[in-house]
Design a protein around this ligand. Structure first.
Ligand SMILES: NC(=O)c1ccc[n+]([C@@H]2O[C@H](COP(=O)([O-])OP(=O)(O)OC[C@H]3O[C@@H](n4cnc5c(N)ncnc54)[C@H](OP(=O)(O)O)[C@@H]3O)[C@@H](O)[C@H]2O)c1
Length: 281
C-alpha cells in the first residue's frame, strides 16, 4: 500500500489528483485541508493540514510514502516547506507544485528559494512548473462569474499563454508520486497551444452560447483589490505574462504521461466550465 498526502486537496490540482489516485488499487490518499470536514471526495481520507498549524503535520505525515506539496503563496513559504520536509520520512517522495519558468526570476528570489529547499531536503524530489491553469476560468474566486456575465477581464495585454488543464498537471504528479524515474527532475508544463485573451474570449463565447467580451485591464486595475505579498506576486505574474514567460509550449505532459495535453477546446467540451472549480469537492 502506498500512502500519499496531498497538501491542498481542495485546490484546482488537488481535486483531480485525489480523484485519480483514489481509484487506484494499493494507494491510500490523504486529502489535506485546513477544514477536513469539507472533504467529501470518494475514497479520500480527510486529513487536517494547514500551513498555520505545524502541530498537525506529524500526524498528517505518518507513514506517508509520497507528498504533493502545493506551494503556499506567502512570504514564509520557503521556511514552511523546509520545516515540513524536515519531518517527513527520509524515503518520502516529494512533488512540489511550483510555477512556470522560475528561472525568469533572479537567483535568490522567493520562487527560487521555495524550489531550493525542496532540492536541498535530501528527499527524492520532482518539481512541477506549470503554466496558467485553465481551471482559473472555472473558479468563482477568479474568472468564472465574469465569464458567465459576458466579460473576460484580463491584464495580459496581447500576450499569449500556453494555458494548461489542471487534470494534466495532476496526471504528471501522479506519475511522479508513484513511479521511479522522476527523481531530480524539474518539469516545465504547458498546454498544447499558446492562446491570446482574444482567442480565449472567442472560444468561451462559443461554448457558453453567449458573447464574452475581452476587457483589456491595466496591471494596476487587476490588482486594485489586493495588497501586500499577493499584490506583489500578481503584479510580477502579469508582467511575466506580458513578457511572454508563459507562452512557451512544452511536450512534457505527453512525455511523462503518454497522453497529449488537453486543449482549451477539450476543456470546454468536457464541461469543465460548468462545474465551479472552487466548489469541486
Ligand atoms: N492558478 C494558476 O494558474 C497557477 C499557475 C501556476 C502555478 N500556480 C500555483 O499553484 C498553487 C495553487 O494551486 P491550486 O490552484 O491547485 O490551488 P487553489 O485552487 O488555489 O487552492 C489552494 C487552497 O486554497 C484553499 N481554499 C480556500 N478556499 C477555497 C475554495 N473555495 N475552493 C477550493 N479551495 C479553497 C484550499 O485549502 P484549504 O482546504 O486548506 O482551505 C486549497 O487547497 C500556487 O502555488 C500557485 O502559485 C497556479
Amino acid at each position: 500500500m502506498q500512502r500519499i498526502l496531498i497538501t491542498g486537496v481542495r485546490g484546482k490540482t488537488g481535486v483531480p489528483l485525489a480523484r485519480s489516485l483514489a481509484v487506484r488499487d494499493g494507494v491510500e490518499v490523504l486529502g489535506g485541508s485546513s477544514d477536513p470536514s469539507t472533504i467529501t471526495l470518494d475514497g479520500v481520507v480527510p486529513t487536517a493540514f494547514s500551513w498555520d498549524e505545524a502541530g498537525h503535520w506529524p500526524s498528517a505525515l505518518t507513514d506517508v510514502d509520497a507528498v504533493f506539496v502545493v506551494r503556499p503563496d506567502r512570504p514564509d513559504a520557503p521556511e514552511l516547506i523546509k520545516a515540513l520536509l524536515a519531518i517527513t520520512g527520509e524515503r518520502t517522495r516529494v512533488v512540489l507544485l511550483s510555477e512556470r519558468d522560475v528561472d525568469w526570476f533572479e537567483a535568490g528570489s522567493w520562487a527560487h528559494r521555495v524550489e531550493e529547499v525542496v532540492k536541498g531536503s535530501e528527499r527524492s524530489w520532482t518539481i512541477l512548473r506549470p503554466s496558467w491553469f485553465l481551471q482559473v476560468l472555472a473558479d468563482s474566486r477568479f474568472m468564472r462569474d465574469d465569464l458567465m456575465d459576458g466579460t473576460f477581464p484580463f491584464a495580459g495585454g496581447d500576450a499569449e499563454i500556453a494555458w494548461i488543464d489542471a487534470r494534466d498537471i495532476a496526471a504528471v504528479a501522479e506519475h511522479a508520486l508513484l513511479e521511479d524515474g522522476h527523481d531530480g527532475q524539474t518539469y516545465e508544463l504547458s498546454g498544447p497551444e499558446a492562446l491570446t485573451s482574444a482567442d480565449i474570449a472567442a472560444q468561451v463565447s462559443e461554448a457558453l452560447g453567449h458573447p464574452v467580451e475581452r476587457v483589456d485591464l491595466s496591471i494596476g486595475d487587476a490588482v486594485v483589490h489586493l495588497d501586500g505579498f499577493d499584490r506583489e506576486l500578481t503584479v510580477i505574474t502579469f508582467e511575466r505574462v506580458r513578457a511572454g514567460s508563459f507562452a512557451g509550449v512544452t511536450d512534457t505532459v505527453e512525455r511523462v504521461t503518454g497522453q497529449p495535453a488537453r486543449t482549451l477546446g477539450q476543456f470546454l467540451a468536457d464541461g469543465e466550465l460548468d462545474a465551479d472549480a472552487s466548489k469541486a469537492d
